[in-house]
Design a protein around this ligand. Structure first.
Ligand code: C2O
Ligand code: CU
Length: 509
């Protein structure tokens, strides 16, 4: 199906309104429902799932340190919109087909409110998963200003729930940030980028099984999913009219599997000012930005003096990443039209310095963990991925002490890049280093074949998701806290996460 590009305007998700707010706390309720929404004007309305009747969900804005309570309410139908594979962990026939649990990605949250995959609940909380603890989640928001997002995290069907539409932005604000005089208000725009495929009737397409199944199952999880259209904030290939001035964009890759390498066809620089975890020390001007699933970038684009120009955001990331076919990139993302008159003089700035970002020093680490990313084969002959060769259900092995600093060596033995995400904490990337995979497989020895490469300039800030490239050891460092309890770490390719590439971890006292 061929949909025209740049015929629909970019939607901006509404800001979520509080049910209650006083000086002590803020209370929100968020309903999950099924509804129809127009995702492109040449398509019939699409049945999607969303929060508060909106896909993407409404943006949640909080102040750093604000105490927030959210009741996430499942009002979804009992039957899933998409094909469920009952053979994957946590999705067997003994649990309800439609389950939800919400995770605020990148937030520092007590374990009972973190959206543990087995803390799911159904409509009206009629049935709940074994780790369900409470109906109303508590968020302390003791984080720096940052660009987070919330999304579904139910065991075994996260890929389907997020693809159906269950994702939204969550911004943490800070007074300090407004002193920097960055583009703000209507000149600060979130961009949630996702790929989808549609059926002719406008409904969402998601594959029922892989193209070349080894064993016939009625429905089978696929090892990866790439859509043939790109949506931004829930519209296919939209355009945005802008004034000739600076804009701040909050980029989020909320796709299931697809990586992006964004470029502007004008060849102009993009000024990156922040990473997953907030502002960087100083801005960097870059020609391209790579984002794996769940990664974010905070950027400024300057449209000054570009009156009447149309600027196209392109993508040339191979799929799968990094060694797949560049022809699979779906080259176009959206268009900026510098067609609005300048309503006032642009006094916003790209600061030369933003805020200090103290490095965690290696010597402060009390433990190192060597963790492999592995390929495996299941009983049906399907490929699947593991962390440290262990399935989700194996006993917990990662048990950092509260307040301790650790270095994790992510030893990628597979042929793809995996975006590895840890809940609870932000980490820093130390380095990446090529190693001999064959030797490792035979002798379990890391034999480095190249120098340690520092993180890319775009990655020099707080991170909660890191690209662990094939044939490399990626090292990250982090301090565990301020909460103790049960969390997870996983690959954020949702098809991997749903099929064993996820592990529990526990912060102990
Ligand atoms: Cu964005 Cu554990 O997830
Ligand atoms: Cu993966």
């Amino acid at each position: 199906m061929l949909l025209s590009k740049f015929v629909d305007e970019l939607p901006i998700p509404p800001i979520l309104k509080a049910r209650w707010k006083d000086q002590f706390y803020t209370y929100y309720e968020v309903n999950m429902t099924e509804f129809k929404q127009s995702l492109h004007s040449e398509l019939n309305d699409t049945t999607v799932w969303g929060y508060e009747g909106s896909y993407p969900g409404p943006t949640i804005e909080v102040e750093s340190g604000e105490k927030v309570f959210i009741k996430w309410i499942n009002n979804l139908p009992e039957k899933h919109l998409l094909p469920v594979d009952y053979t994957v962990h946590g999705a067997h026939l003994d649990v309800p087909e439609v389950r939800t649990v919400v995770h605020v990605h990148g937030a520092s949250v007590e374990p009972e409110s973190d959206g543990y995959p087995e803390a799911w609940f159904t409509k009206g909380f009629k049935q709940v998963g074994p780790y369900f603890r409470k109906q109303i989640y508590q968020y302390d928001n003791n984080m720096r200003a940052c660009n987070l997002w919330y999304h579904d995290h139910s065991i075994g069907i996260t890929r389907l729930n997020v693809y159906s539409g269950l994702a939204g932005f969550y911004f943490v604000r800070e007074q300090r940030e407004s002193l920097l005089n960055l583009p703000a208000g209507q000149y600060e725009i979130p961009l949630m980028i996702q790929d989808k495929t549609f059926n002719y009737d406008g409904s969402l397409y998601y594959p029922r099984k892989p193209e070349n199944p080894v064993v016939e199952l009625e429905t089978s999880i696929v090892p990866e999913f790439f859509g043939n259209t790109i949506l931004v904030n829930g519209k296919v290939w939209p355009f945005l009219k802008v004034e000739p001035r600076k804009y701040r964009f909050r980029l989020l890759n909320a796709s299931n599997t697809r990586f992006y390498r964004f470029k502007l066809d004008s060849g102009q620089l993009i000024y990156q000012i922040g990473t997953d975890g907030g502002l960087m020390e100083y801005p960097i001007g870059v020609k391209e930005i790579i984002l794996a699933p769940a990664e974010r970038a905070d950027v400024i684009i300057d449209f000054t003096n570009l009156e009447e120009k149309n600027i196209i955001v392109k993508n040339d990331a191979p799929a799968p990443f990094p060694d797949g076919d560049p022809a699979n990139a779906v080259g176009i993302v959206m268009e900026f039209r510098v067609s609005l008159p300048l309503t006032s003089i642009d006094t916003s700035v790209i600061p030369s310095y933003m805020e200090p970002f103290p490095k965690i020093i290696e010597q402060s680490a009390s433990k190192e963990r060597y963790l492999t990313l592995n390929d495996n084969m299941d009983q049906y002959g399907r490929e699947f991925m593991l962390l440290d060769n262990k399935p989700w259900d194996a006993p917990i092995t990662e048990n950092p002490k509260l307040g301790s600093t650790e270095i994790w060596y992510l030893i990628n033995l597979t042929t793809d890049t995996h975006p590895i995400h840890l809940h609870l904490i932000d980490f820093q990337i130390l380095d990446r280093r090529d190693f001999d995979v064959e030797k490792y497989n035979k002798e379990r020895i890391i034999h480095y074949t190249g120098p340690a490469l520092p993180p890319e300039p775009q990655e020099r800030g707080g991170k909660d998701t890191v690209r662990a490239n094939p044939r490399q050891v990626t090292r990250i460092i982090m301090k565990f806290g301020p909460y103790t309890g049960l969390y997870v770490w996983h690959c954020h390719i949702l098809e991997h996460e749903d099929y064993e590439m996820m592990r529990p971890y526990i912060v102990i006292r």
